[in-house]
Design a protein around this ligand. Structure first.
Ligand SMILES: O=C(O)CCC(=O)C(=O)O
Length: 261
């Protein structure tokens, strides 16, 4: 094991190199986060969720030519609840965010081929009262379900921007023109983690392929689950462990934290 790696039981959670990369850059790529079998299962579950969502237009989501967003994906099938605690990625999130971790939102994103950006550069954490260079309120995980080519609309991230002091940043209309921006053009099965205060933008999908992502955002249990993501009774019924109860906002926000898995 690499010196300085953090362990949960006997399993390595995050290496020192990964942690330093995240602390310095505000994001981290994990290649092969999903095994081929896992990727196939998640893809099949996403296809089924997407079919249901298309067949029932009253289901919540964004239905636009430049973004299709299936809101609250955990409501569609237990596999998506399990993904909230992915055995390789969730321990990293917990390590980076702290033991009081809770889910804030969860979506399935489809960026159609040809879609240009629907939203410009932004921070997800944009609370002017908080001094962000020293805080970490959120970590977002993106699971890549289909290869994202160079021009395929991968999120563009500005490394290190999570610790910039408050103040204006460049905001190019073409996200890929951000000086020092890094494109998340990654193979299917990868995951990338991003601090909530990292400046980022969806890219222009100029490829012939849709971009398919599962996105889970984590915060702290003293925060409030985002409106529209409050778990239904059927999701709450799947909370059979202390950590899952905490993740789903079922525990005392100021009480003891659930122990490591
Ligand atoms: O779709 C993306 O690549 C980025 C999405 C985004 O900006 C966000 O989730 O805040």
């Amino acid at each position: 094991m690499e010196a300085g790696a953090v362990q949960a039981g006997a399993v390595e959670v995050i290496t020192q190199a990964q942690r330093y990369f995240f602390e310095a850059n505000g994001y981290l790529v994990v290649e092969n986060a999903l095994s081929p079998a896992e990727l196939a299962r998640v893809r099949a579950a996403c296809d089924a969720a997407e079919a249901l969502w298309r067949a029932e237009p009253d289901r919540r989501g964004v239905r636009r030519w430049d973004l299709e967003q299936v809101i609250a994906i955990m409501e569609y099938e237990p596999l998506f609840v399990d993904m909230m605690e992915h055995p390789r990625i969730f321990p990293m999130v917990r390590e980076l965010l702290g033991p009081d971790v809770m889910i804030l939102d969860h979506d399935y994103f489809i960026t159609p081929a040809g879609a240009t950006i629907h939203r410009g550069w932004h921070y997800d954490e944009n609370f002017p009262q908080v001094y962000h260079p020293r805080s970490r309120l959120m970590v977002k995980v993106f699971y890549v379900l289909q290869d994202i080519p160079w021009n395929g609309g991968g999120t563009v991230i500005l490394p290190g921007s999570h610790s910039f002091p408050p103040g204006p940043l460049p905001n190019p209309d073409t996200p890929e023109e951000m000086p020092n921006g890094v494109r998340m053009c990654l193979p299917a099965g990868s995951a990338y983690l991003m601090a909530g205060r990292t400046f980022h933008c969806v890219g222009n999908n100029l490829s012939e392929f849709p971009r398919r992502l599962l996105i889970y955002t984590y915060g702290h249990k003293w925060m409030k689950i985002w409106d529209g993501y409050e778990p239904s009774e059927s999701v709450l019924a799947q909370a059979r462990t202390p950590i899952r109860r905490q993740l789903l906002g079922m525990t005392d926000p100021y009480g003891p934290n659930a122990g490591a898995m």
